[in-house]
Ligand binder design. Structure first.
Ligand code: AMP
Length: 216
């Protein structure tokens, strides 16, 4: 079973993708995280990727293909994948289907978690990430018990691309590109749109119902 979880920044797609991967024993492919790891490494592409990410633009389809194809290759014998943060455009949608077809798979469901633009801005501008371990907090909804520091002792910082100008740019890019992915999934009869302005457990219960329908 291969699932896409889409949603604007701050929609909680990462949390839902993680819960889904655990429950259904799927590999979680989070492209934003994979790209951030490359940006922070000594990879020859790191500076280019860092710049693009900080400006809230999308990396090229060829960089993205490189990142996901190695993940798919390494895990092709498992139960399937949860894609989180990709596909973000039509070319990526086709490419993922093409790569999955190499092991006789395809995208089975695309789940879109919707939240309003105001809610995105509110949630992201209060997000903080630990410099050491990468744990994510929210100063309003999920603050660290250690204030400005993570429970591991690391300093909590605001991601460059969680600053308001970057957030607006990322949202604009999300809307422009993702609308095409949404129409392709609709055409393929695999689209599910759900309301993301609800408690995490309620959203996950709805996702579970959608996914269990596939198997049943
Ligand atoms: P995210 O954490 O999913 O918002 O991703 C952070 C940033 O990584 C994005 O603003 C893009 O610059 C880059 N990125 C993540 N996924 C993709 C993708 N599928 N295609 C192109 N760029 C991506």
């Amino acid at each position: 079973m291969n699932i896409v979880i889409l949603g604007p920044q701050g929609s909680g797609k990462g949390t839902q993708a993680k819960l889904t991967a655990d429950k259904f024993n799927l590999i979680h492919i989070e492209t934003g995280k994979l790209l951030r790891e490359i940006a922070d490494s000594n990879d020859p592409l790191s500076e280019e990727i860092k710049k693009i990410m900080n400006e809230g633009r999308l990396v090229s389809d060829s960089i993205l293909e490189k990142v996901i194809s190695s993940k798919l290759r390494d895990n092709h014998s498992g139960n399937g994948f949860v894609f989180d943060g990709t596909p973000r455009n039509r070319a990526q949608y086709d490419k993922i289907n093409e790569l999955l077809s190499l092991s006789h798979g395809k995208l089975d469901k695309v789940i879109v978690i919707n939240i309003s633009e105001d809610e995105t801005l509110r949630r992201l501008s209060s997000r903080r990430t630990c410099e050491e371990c990468g744990k994510v907090y929210n100063v309003i909804t999920n603050p660290s018990p250690k204030g400005e520091f993570c429970e591991c002792g690391g300093k909590l910082v605001q991601r460059e691309d969680d600053k308001p100008e970057s957030i607006r740019k990322r949202l604009q890019t999300y809307n422009e590109h993702t609308s095409k992915v949404i129409s392709m999934a609709k055409k393929d009869g695999i689209l599910y749109v759900i309301d993301g302005e609800r408690p995490i457990g309620e959203i996950f219960a709805e996702i579970t119902v959608i996914l269990e329908k596939i198997d049943g």
